[in-house]
Design a protein around this ligand. Structure first.
Ligand code: SF4
Length: 166
């Protein structure tokens, strides 16, 4: 999978080359990854970026969210991981940490809740937002696990409501 991705990026290093290749070609290139509709979306997105932004990805969240296939989560991820901007990354993993540490109820819609966004926004507004967000994801995968979190070894346990209420 990584090899296909690396070859693809080498062959099509920018949106202009994706647009020039055409939708069918891009779909064929990515066929073995089983990403048929995403490949189409990638082409459509490249087409808009070339037409409206001279082939350069806009770094305004609203503009990103108007591109084909880009929702709020992807727009935030592009800005944070691609440009190191302080955009909150809210997914099931980061929501789990915030909910537990701050003692907030976690539901399927928590990532859209104002309180989670506000807390994450304050946290990510730091010297290195990208590193912070990647660390949150690692922390969720290695320490603050969905089941049986490693609370006794956790560096946040003195601050954490979940731990205090165990
Ligand atoms: S103490 Fe436990 S629940 Fe709280 S952040 Fe650490 S691992 Fe997660």
């Amino acid at each position: 999978m990584l090899e296909i991705f690396n070859n693809f990026v080498k062959k099509y290093p920018d949106f202009i080359s994706i647009k020039s290749a055409g939708s069918d070609r891009i779909q064929k290139e990515l066929f073995s990854l089983g990403l048929e509709w995403r490949a189409r979306m990638l082409y459509d997105m490249s087409e808009v970026i070339v037409r409206e932004y001279n082939g350069k990805l806009p770094i305004e969240k609203e503009k990103l969210m108007n591109l084909p296939g880009i929702g709020e989560y992807i727009a935030s991820a592009v800005l944070c991981f691609g440009f190191n901007l302080p955009e909150p990354i809210l997914d099931t993993n980061t929501v789990r940490i915030i909910g537990r540490v701050y003692g907030l109820k976690i539901t399927d819609s928590s990532r859209r809740k104002k309180i989670f966004k506000e807390i994450m926004q304050k946290l990510v507004d730091c010297v290195n937002p990208k590193q912070f967000s990647l660390s949150m994801l690692d922390f969720a995968a290695l320490v603050c696990l969905p089941k049986n979190p490693l609370c006794f070894d956790c560096s946040l346990n003195k601050l954490c409501r979940y731990f205090q209420n165990m």
